[in-house]
Design a binder for this molecule. Structure first.
Ligand SMILES: C[S@@+](CC[C@H](N)C(=O)[O-])C[C@H]1O[C@@H](n2cnc3c(N)ncnc32)[C@H](O)[C@@H]1O
Length: 418
């Protein structure tokens, strides 16, 4: 398997953290600036709106800013000549005092990490992004309301009616115990058993084994339908190329920096088999549930063997350059060519499948890393790049699925992940 890739989080630190809120980020920026250049101090109240292109956080913005962590971003700003002029009140040590200095998070009651503190646009209370449930990994675009001011929408369960589920997922055959397809799959598995040693050595992909009970499969599908409809995402088990985004011709695996592994014949047959099974409603045994800390999560609803193909990561394909201001936390790198303007990402915000709900590990802790049971791998499939999620060990029924969002690009902030 090639080096796995991770999520790309283009909006991370697009502006100084928290600057949306009475411009707390601006305060941080200005406070830091004032400490270094007290003569060029910052105004206590920012005159720019959040989305104003003239906002200091937007000026001088480059890819380097976007992919930089908060502290580096601030230090980069203070080295910029054109600091914003302003009047400020100084403490004796020359550091400007702001109305937000005493702000504490309403959840943990501390004022630590003010760079990660959001202010509610209604009640003006502070909340650490990582104290929210589920946690927020970046400053939201536009207005933000805290859980106390937002009337939380109840997750509405998708109706457990076979016809509705068949329609929702465009299933081509009713969800019955389809003997023919099961025997086809068993045939492949029997063949594999004969050459077990060989396949173990080569680490071939394995097709998933759906739950035998059609009623259970219906429940699994209803759980995904609930998650997709709650997030207003239409089901799509393939990459999509809507007009106005990147054309399909832009997805050329040959352009990948350093090359991309070509999928083998047997693995391709397995992928095709899995796709056919899914189209018939014979899905991997997975259940989507809701966790107060992680949001929607995916759990194994049956034993899953090492090397089982879990899902393809699907969604609309777009150029990364079009997504720099994207609020989404689930963009996936699809193609990483030498020419950065041609970098492609998968955006499952409008269309997608179960892959977009799978959790990420906290790769700052050993505990977090131990949870990893999947890996995402890119393959050159018929000349195009595709991203597959594959089990990297046996997964027991009830275990939650996790992979490393940061295995390739190290930009996804997972330090507060559970
Ligand atoms: C790709 S989405 C995963 C699906 C998401 N849970 C949902 O409800 O749509 C990534 C987001 O899920 C949450 N998440 C994923 N893994 C997590 C973890 N290990 N701990 C806490 N939150 C996690 C974070 O809010 C993150 O921004």
């Amino acid at each position: 398997m090639e080096e796995p890739l991770g999520y790309r989080n283009p909006r991370r630190q697009k502006r100084p953290p928290g600057c949306r809120l009475g411009c707390l980020g601006c305060q941080i920026y200005k406070k830091t600036a004032a400490a270094v250049h007290p003569e060029e101090s910052a105004s206590p109240s920012c005159s720019y709106s959040d989305d104003d292109e003239k906002h200091p956080s937007k000026k001088e913005r480059s890819l380097a800013d976007i992919y930089t962590n908060g502290s580096l971003l601030i230090s980069r700003f203070i080295s910029v000549d054109s600091l914003v002029k302003c009047e400020a009140e100084y403490e004796p040590d020359g550091v400007e005092k702001t109305p937000y200095d005493d702000m504490v998070c309403k959840v943990c009651k501390t004022g630590d990490n003010d760079a990660e503190m959001l202010l509610c646009d209604a009640c003006d209370e502070g909340f650490h992004m990582y104290c929210l449930c589920p946690i927020l990994i970046k400053v939201p675009k536009g207005k933000w309301f805290c859980p106390f001011c937002t009337k939380k929408e109840e997750i509405e369960e998708f109706p457990l009616v076979q016809t509705k589920i068949v329609d929702f997922f465009h299933i081509t055959k009713p969800l019955s115990n389809d003997q023919e397809s099961f025997s086809l799959r068993m045939d492949i598995r029997r063949k594999k058993r004969h050459s077990l040693c060989l396949y173990k050595k080569k680490r071939r992909l394995l097709p998933h084994v759906p739950s035998k009970d059609p009623a259970r499969r219906l429940l699994q599908m209803a759980s995904l339908a609930t998650a997709l409809s709650s997030t207003k995402v239409e089901f799509s088990d393939e990459l999509t190329y809507p007009r106005g985004l990147a054309p399909e011709s832009a997805n050329k695996a040959a352009n990948e920096r350093g090359g991309m592994q070509v999928i083998g014949k047997e693995d391709l047959a397995t992928l095709n088999l899995c796709k056919q099974m899914c189209a018939r409603g014979e899905w991997p045994p997975l259940m989507v549930t809701y966790d107060p800390k992680e949001g929607f999560v995916v759990e194994a609803d049956g034993h899953i063997k090492d090397m089982t193909l879990i899902a393809e990561y699907t969604g609309d394909v777009d150029y990364m350059r079009n997504r720099l201001n994207d609020d989404s936390d689930n963009l996936m790198v699809l193609l990483f060519p030498h020419d950065a303007s041609k970098e492609l990402v998968i955006c499952p915000d409008k269309r997608g499948n179960i892959a977009r709900f799978i959790s990420g590990i906290n790769n700052h802790t050993l505990e977090g890393r131990k949870k990893q049971n999947l890996r995402c791998v890119r393959y050159n499939i018929n000349g195009q790049s595709r991203v597959l999620l594959v089990a990297i060990r046996d997964i027991a029924k009830g275990e939650r699925l996790y992979y490393d969002y940061n295995a390739y690009h190290k930009e996804y902030p997972t330090q507060h992940f559970v």
